[in-house]
Every structure is written in structure tokens, then in C-alpha cells.
Ligand binder design. Sequence first.
Ligand code: SF4
Length: 449
Amino acid sequence: MPKINNETDLEYKHRVIDIKSKSFCGAKWYNATIWLGSGQTTSCHHPLPHAIDIDDIQRTPAALHNTQRKKMEREQMQKGERPSGCEYCWKIEDIGRDNISDRVYKTVLFTDEDLNYAFRTPASEDVNLRTLEISFDRTCQFACSYCNPAFSSTWVRDINTHGPYINLVSDGRNHFTHPHDSSQLYKFGETNPYVEAFFQWWESDLHKSLYELRITGGEPLMSGYTWQLIDWFKTNEGKSQTRLAINSNLGTQVDLDRLITSTKGVTLDLYTSCETVGLQAEYIRDGLVWDDWVNNVEKLLQSYQLRGLHVMCTINALCLDRLDRFLDVVLQWKTEWGSTFPFFTLNILRFPSFQSPLVLPDDLRTTYKNKLQAWYDSNHTNKFLHEMELNQLQRLIDYLDVVKTPHLGAAEQAVLQKDFKNFYTQYDTRRNKNFVAAFPNLAEWYNSI
Ligand code: SF4
């Protein structure tokens, strides 16, 4: 096991990471997200994706992950320099309260041997992945407010039907102004060389080296390639030790019965997303029906088939109003089904920056910080909560307390607030929603912008 003698996250960081360099992160070598539809990759969710060289994958499918960009960043980390794309972690660490950034959580997944190898090996060498998140395409029946057409075909429909969102000054990357056709380079049925390279690498190496293969989307249970991989695990029983994991929005249309039946005997982790309750969840995650999502989670828990169930919370400005109530729901499930059913993570949204918690005025941010602190104080001794969950909650409380300036590359708060209002005004019209009805506690501030 990577951790020894019940050491804390901080002790682990000192023992394994800090002795290498002050910016080392195992994810740069052993973890990747790869979007096969657009031919892009990144090390974890935080750095922006970059293009995979199509010529390089003809040379070796390992180039799906071992891009020139990542090799350059590995060298920086070996020297103790901070790759700028990892700003999310530096921002947390610079709070200065020994806060544990994701660099630690992403590194502790790998063995000391692997990490020593990574640190000592020339950065120019290819390495085989240990954990991989892969997306085949962007087909998805949801269009969450913090998502965009690059990751959701329903978002594409919004833009194609209603045209671009207008007057968003801080949306420098134009997430909401065009259908992101470059995210789907190949049409359904066309040969996609990135998908071909993935299956080639899977057969040659990945099914042996990977601890975990996680399929994301779009909504992966709407992709034929996901079912192809599930079939591979069924027909090659015992050939691979890789754990299969699937991200699913667990929306109304997801064929859960097929999933439960076809993964009998397969070690499966299910990751789903939500961060608040009821109408507010339905407002943020457009397409979600709260009761259906709850029923689907409970159906999975009752199937007794999962190795783990994970709830990923994307912490945005709107979910803070009832995040504490959502954590109550999660804790209730934990109490009934055990501490990892579900396990939750709190991922602070940075982009689109006008939906980040940093858009909120000080008084609201303080109110939400106090609510979370109260939840923490009443529950932190609960035996069903993990150290990592509590650390993430504590760092969110600190973040709301201390971090005042928007992230690198984001506009000033006044500009972000204007964009917030402009975006949700258009979102309401296009999606037939009502911001003020869904978030009465935010109405006064919202109307004043
Ligand atoms: S953002 Fe953090 S966790 Fe992700 S690769 Fe960079 S240092 Fe590692």
C-alpha cells in the first residue's frame, strides 16, 4: 500500500513527494484523461486538454498519453518547477495552511516503486498508464450549465437551435458560442484513428498495466464502444486485473438494467455527479430528474454488484446553497450501505469562471462557508466519513474563506458577475427555467447585478 502506518495525507506528502521535488505529481506519468472523439488528452481534470499528435500515434499508441507537452511538464516537475497548467493545485497549496491539493490524492494512488521510477527516468521516455479515463464521444442527454458543447450533444443542440450565447465577456475560450465541431472529428460509423489506437494499446499493454480504466463521456452508457469494452471483460474473464469504472449521469434514460445484467462478475466502480438537491440540482444539471437520480443510485446500491460508488460534486456558485443538504443525503446512504457507498469528492469549479464560487459576493460566500463549517462540526466524527472527504470539505471551507481573487486567466469579479447574470438570463429562456424561483436566497443579489 502506498501509505504506511496510518500516516496522514500530510505525512505521506512529506515522506514520498516532497523528497523528490516541490512540484512532483504522479498523475503526470501514470494518470490520463483521453478524449478519443477530439484526439486530446490531459493528466487529470485540472490542466486544460491538449492535442495528441496523430503522426505520433502511428508510431506507437502509447503516444495517446505520452505527448511532447506532458514530457516537458514531467521534466519541470523533476526539477521542482511548477507547470502552469496545474494552477489548480498551486492555488490550493498557496493558501498556506498545509492544505492538501489534488497532487497528493493523485499521487498516493501509485506505488512508491512506480513513483521512484518516474522521478528517476528521463522525461523523454514513454510510460504505461496505471489509471486512465477515456471518452469515446460526446453523446449525452444532459446539458449541465457548467458543461459545454465539447462534452455534450444536447449542448450542441442548444447552440444549433438558439445560436451562440451573447455578451459573455469572460468566456475567452468561447465555450458557449459555437457547436465545437472539433470535439467530434469523426462521425458515427467513420474510422477514428484515436479509437483504433486505444483498442490496439489496450490489447498490447493497457489491460496488463492499468489498475483502473474509467469510461467517461458524454454519457458513456450511450456509446457502443462502452458496451464493447464491457463485453471484452465478460469474454476475457481473468485475463486482466484492471478495474472497470464508468462515469454515468444516472439520468432517466440510462439503461441500468442492462448495466447490472451485463456486468455480473465484472469488478465495477460507478462514478456519478451531483452537488445539490431537488429543483436546484435539476436547474444546474439540465436533463436531470432528481427523484430518478436518487432512485437509480438506490437501485445500484441494492444490486450489490459494485466495488464502489462515487459521487463527484462539481462545486460551483449555485450548489453552495444546499450542498449541506446534499451531504446529508450522501451521509444517509453511507450509514445504510457502508462508508464507500457512496464515497464523495468535492471538485472546485474554475471554468467557466463566471460560475465559480468566486463570483459570489463576500456576504453570500461567508454564509455558505458558515453553513459548511456547521455541517463539518456536527459530522466530522462520523465513522462513515473518510479523511479525504473531510479534508476536501475543510479545504472548500478555507477556499471560501481565503481565496478572493479569481483564478489565473479569469476576469475580475465585477466582470464575472455580469457574465453570470447574462448567462443565466439566456439559459432560463432557452431551457425554460427560472433562476429566481430555483434560488430564492440568491435572488436579491442576482436582481441587483
Ligand atoms: S493539476 Fe495537480 S493533480 Fe493534476 S496533474 Fe497537475 S499537479 Fe497533478
